[in-house]
Ligand binder design. Structure first.
Ligand SMILES: [Zn+2]
Length: 53
């Protein structure tokens, strides 16, 4: 486990770690952060949204 947010690690992810942020609706942004909701489900958001929560 090292630097999964950077470089080659991203290529393995779906869409290379990019997608539409479910929170701010920005498209093709890197969704690098998983936040865990109160019900235990995970949500992948961009770095901007991660700080909001
Ligand atoms: Zn976002």
């Amino acid at each position: 486990m090292s630097k999964t947010y950077r470089g080659k690690g991203l290529i393995k992810l779906q869409s290379r770690g990019r997608g539409t942020c479910p929170s701010c609706k920005t498209r093709r942004i890197k969704l690098l952060y998983e936040i865990i909701l109160l019900d235990g489900s995970k949500l992948r958001v961009c770095k901007r949204c991660r700080k909001k929560r």
